[in-house]
Every structure is written in C-alpha cells, then in structure tokens.
Design a protein around this ligand. Structure first.
Ligand code: TXA
Ligand code: MG
Length: 325
C-alpha cells in the first residue's frame, strides 16, 4: 500500500491552522503553525497535555531562527553547524513572534531543525515554523511510526507517513549559560558530542527560570506494569515473576541478548548491547508489548552507562515510575 505523504496537503492544513502529525528523525511530532496561538492550543487539547509543558519549535533554515529568538549568541551558529539538522533542541530567549501558549508563558523557546526530508519540506512549503511535541497522548509511549500515532490520536487533521524514525528517541534539550551548555533532557546527542563544540557550564543549573517543566518523573508509559530488572541480582527477576499470578504472562526486554526462563516472550532492544540499535527499537517494542494480548507485565533489562544509554534508561525509568511508586 502506498504511504500517505501528500506534503502539499499537509502544508495547506498547517497554513490554515490545522494539526498535522509528521515524521522526524527522532519521533513523530504533532505539528501546528507556531505563530498561530489557536492552532497551538489545539495541540494541548489533542494530547491532553498540561499547559505548563512548553513545545519545541521546528525550523528548516537559519533565517527562521532569527525571527523566533532575540539572541545574537554566536554559540548557536556553532552548535547549528555541527548538529543541525539533527536531534538537538536549544532553549533561547523568545521573540514576540512566539505566542505564550507555545512556551507555557516562559521567556524562552526551544528550537530545533529536524533531520528528516518530509519534516523539512513541510516546514518549507507551509512557510511557517512548526511547534510540535511528540505525537502521543500526554505521559504515554512516544510514536516512532505513523501507526503508533493513529493508535493514540484520533482527532487530528492529517498524518504524514514517513516510515519508522531512524533515531527513535527524542532530541537532547540544552540551554546556554554564559560559561557553557546545560543538558535539560538527555537524548541522542550526548554530553561528549556537545563538549566538542562548547564547554559544559560549571553551574549545572540552567539560567532559565524553570529548567525544563516537562521533565516529569512519570512518562513514556505503557498501559501495562513495567519494571526494570537488576542485572547484578537475577533473583530479583525471579522474585517479580513469582509475585505475579500464575495465569499472568510476562515479557522480557533484553538489551545484551540475554534470555531468561519463565517469560512468555522476549523482545530485543539489541542482541549485542548496541545503543543506537536500542534507541531505534525502544518505543516500537513498548508499543508492541502494550498491544500484545499475551503479555500482562513487562520486565526490562537495565541499559547502563552514559550518553545514549542514559537517555534510554531515563525513558525506561519514567515508563516504570508509576508501577514502582
Ligand atoms: O525529538 C524531539 O524533541 C521531539 C520531536 C517531535 O521534535 N519532540 C519532543 O517534544 O520530544 P516534547 O514536547 O515531547 O518534549 C519537549 C521537551 C519537554 O520536556 C519540554 O519541557 C522541553 O522540551 N522544553 C520545550 N521548551 C522549553 C523551554 N522553553 N525551556 C525548557 N524546556 C523546554
Ligand atoms: Mg514527549
């Protein structure tokens, strides 16, 4: 079947104040014209997202950034040269063109240039910067395919189907202090990648009044209990399995390729602890296990380490938070 990728139609919808889900290299976004407050307000309604959680604005050219921010900081150009288009969001002082609803009333706006042809074409053809959070219901699993979007968001105007996302986890969000960068959300671009361009700020906190309001403890959550196992203590897996009713079926998410007895199913983030592969597979596996009638609970192998590992672990920890607290 041909995929639904009518970019002209999608651009028209954006211009008219509608909502379009579109692929990026990280996850699918739910987009609206970032300069149209009413259109952006509908994103919050469709996502059931609290109004205190600001949106990222997506651009296709460096000219667009000048209209969205008041900053003249040269470091933005340096970062853009190295990482854009790509999975890095930079939080900058906002201009008057950006309505308050986009930034949840903050004086700053998060901006990024996605590394995806369809996304860049959509922004160019609509002639608008596009505000877009991930295209999932608030707190639920992020979408990395058009079908994931359809499952959660029933009432949007169009979905551009660009196939599976090639990165699979969200962008790294940073802000800039006078002495360097601060990471507000871990993502695909790592601390080490960023340090090649800028020093890390010595004060670990952001100069922004509220560091990153959207970084809640519970997020990315499947509608089934999920736990992270302890790799030092495999008995902990046994204990969880023993504690569930015998009729219930558990699935294991393996990262290193390890397989355990007693699970009805094993899904592999990776078979060889490959972090990029794990990032691509993470949300798709969570969606599949959520949908699988033969799975009642999920246990995930931990993903230790820095960089992308930290981002993946952050997502697993947030997914399991409501079942562990
Ligand atoms: O990869 C991504 O970043 C995807 C794709 C669609 O671009 N988008 C995404 O958006 O993950 P969302 O809304 O699910 O997450 C955006 C995060 C939130 O945690 C929010 O708090 C933070 O970025 N953020 C946005 N604007 C901010 C600002 N002005 N100050 C601090 N944090 C901000
Ligand atoms: Mg999100």
């Amino acid at each position: 079947m041909r995929k639904d990728v009518d970019i002209n139609k999608a651009a028209q919808i954006i211009k008219q104040g509608g909502l379009v889900a579109f692929p990026t290299e990280t996850v699918y976004g739910l987009g609206a014209d970032a300069t149209n407050a009413q259109a952006v307000a509908r994103i919050f309604v469709e996502k059931e997202r609290p109004s205190f959680d600001p949106l990222i604005v997506h651009i296709a050219s460096m000219e667009q950034i000048h209209s969205l921010t008041t900053t003249k900081d040269n470091r933005v150009t340096e970062l853009a040269k190295k990482f854009w288009p790509g999975p890095l969001t930079i939080v900058l002082p906002k201009s008057d063109l950006v309505p308050d609803v986009v930034t949840s009333g903050l004086p700053t706006v998060g901006i990024r240039m996605p590394d995806n042809e369809i996304a860049l074409n959509l922004i160019e053809k609509s002639g608008k910067p596009i505000a877009a959070p991930s295209a999932n219901k608030f707190g639920r699993i992020s979408p990395t395919t058009a079908n994931h979007v359809k499952k959660q968001l029933k009432d949007i105007d169009y979905i551009l189907d660009g196939g599976p996302c090639k990165v699979g986890i969200e962008s790294t969000v940073i802000s800039l202090n006078p002495d360097g960068f601060v990471i507000l959300r871990e993502g695909f671009i790592t601390f080490k990648d960023l340090e090649q361009v800028l020093p890390a700020s010595k004060t670990k906190t952001s100069s922004a009044p509220l560091a990153s309001p959207g970084l809640l403890k519970s997020h990315y959550s499947p509608e089934k209990p999920i736990y992270i196992s302890d790799n030092q203590d495999f008995k902990s897996i046994r204990k969880i399995l023993d504690s569930i009713e015998p009729t219930k079926k558990a699935a294991f998410i393996s990262f290193t390729g390890i397989v355990h007895e007693g699970f009805s199913k094993t899904e592999f983030l990776s078979t060889k602890a490959d972090l990029k592969e794990a990032a691509v597979n993470l949300f798709d596996i969570l969606h599949r296990l959520e949908e699988d009638p033969n799975v009642d609970i999920i246990i995930a192998e931990p993903v230790p380490g820095d960089g992308i590992a930290k981002a993946i672990m952050d997502k697993l920890t947030k997914a399991s938070f409501r079942y562990n607290n």
